[in-house]
Design a protein around this ligand. Structure first.
Ligand code: NDP
Length: 322
């Protein structure tokens, strides 16, 4: 099978395609013929060596396709089922293995591509808006990188919950996309002081929650944009890590809450994974949640996909097709 292999960490050019033997599904695992692969920031960090992975390795954890073979003891799936997971082992490949308990069947009415393009980021947007800070009708929220993969989905889910959504992005085109996803107000955070704007828009009250995936460049402004006892959900660091901070800052700025959530803790049990997936795919199937595939690359061009995502050129989801 074809697989992207990383033998040494470095720039996008270290992502090379190779022919390697098919993996064998162990007990409780599925072998999946991959049809679409989700590209995520974490694979850039792993490729660069920021997050350590034993080498050589095949990057990628999010993909969708058709079950080709079952390991012993699998009862919930059969050969031919369409499945998606964010826990594939080596998803940048034409085949990959996944523990059955981390896979989910794709319902009729949701294409395999849309499943791959919405799963990890959709589950993320879902837990942020429904569990980390469960938005209520009429509450205001600020979504950074609102035209990005998580951003476009989060704007839509926040609107579904009746929130007032302020979205930030770096270009007029991206701001337009965020408005299309339901953002009531948008701010170009590369040219404007987004915290001051958010306070102005909320009559100097501040927003109830900031969903911040950008990190270093937005962190302080995000705290300043919050209302008293508001919450900063810092869930990514696309601009770089946030430096260490003195917790006193949270009391000075209004008894704020700061959390640094990660998806794995919100889909830790099979029950929670299935419950969130069912709701997510229900919205996709019923046309309530639009999945935007901003860029699609053949697997062999994985390096270009990484370049595009890292250089801020993408909107919506980036996928690879084997
Ligand atoms: P995006 O599609 O949001 O892409 C990143 C966006 O961040 C860019 O398009 C850009 O939008 C913005 N950005 C701001 N500054 C920079 C910078 N210096 N370099 C690059 N981009 C920048 O990516 P994803 O939706 O895939 O992921 C967003 C973030 O969320 C990532 O950091 C990812 O690791 C994290 N994440 C966290 C999860 C969790 O559970 N904690 C789960 C999934 C993702 P603009 O041009 O508008 O500024």
């Amino acid at each position: 099978m074809n697989s992207i292999r990383v033998h040494k960490t470095g720039g996008p050019e270290v992502l090379r395609i190779e022919e390697i033997p098919d993996p064998t599904p162990g007990p409780g695992e599925l072998l999946v013929n991959i049809e679409a692969i989700g590209v995520n920031f974490i694979e850039i960090y792993q490729r660069e060596g920021l997050y350590t992975v034993p080498r050589p390795f095949t990057p990628g954890s999010e993909a969708a396709g058709t079950v080709r073979a079952l390991g012993t003891g699998v009862t919930e799936f059969k050969v031919g089922d369409r499945v998606v997971s964010q826990s594939m082992r080596g998803a940048y490949a034409s085949r990959a293995v996944v523990p059955a308990e981390r896979a989910v069947k794709i319902p009729d009415g949701v294409t395999t591509k849309a499943a791959a393009a919405s799963f990890l980021q959709g589950l993320t947007a879902h837990y942020l808006a429904t569990s980390t800070y469960p938005l209520r009708q009429g509450e205001s929220c600020l979504v950074h990188a609102a035209a990005g993969g998580v951003g476009l989905l989060l704007c839509q889910i926040a609107k579904m919950r009746g929130a007032f959504v302020i979205g930030t992005a770096s270009t007029p085109e991206k701001l337009e996309l965020a408005r299309g996803a339901g953002a009531d107000e948008t701010i170009n955070y590369t040219t404007r002081d987004f915290a001051a704007e958010a306070r102005r828009i909320t009559n100097d009250v501040g927003v109830a929650v900031v969903y911040d995936s950008v990190g270093r460049t937005t962190f302080e402004g995000s705290l300043n944009a919050l209302r008293r006892r508001g919450m900063l959900a810092l869930f990514g660091q696309s601009s770089g890590p946030v430096p260490p901070l003195d917790p006193q800052i949270l009391n000075r700025k209004g008894s704020l809450f700061l959390t640094r959530p990660t998806l794995n803790d919100y889909v830790a049990t099979r029950e929670e994974l299935v419950q969130r997936s069912n709701e997510l795919f229900g919205w996709v199937r019923d046309g309530l949640l639009k999945v935007t595939i901003g860029a699609e690359f053949p697997l062999v061009r994985a390096a270009d996909a990484h370049r595009a995502l890292a250089s801020r050129k993408t909107t919506g989801k980036v996928i690879l097709v084997p």
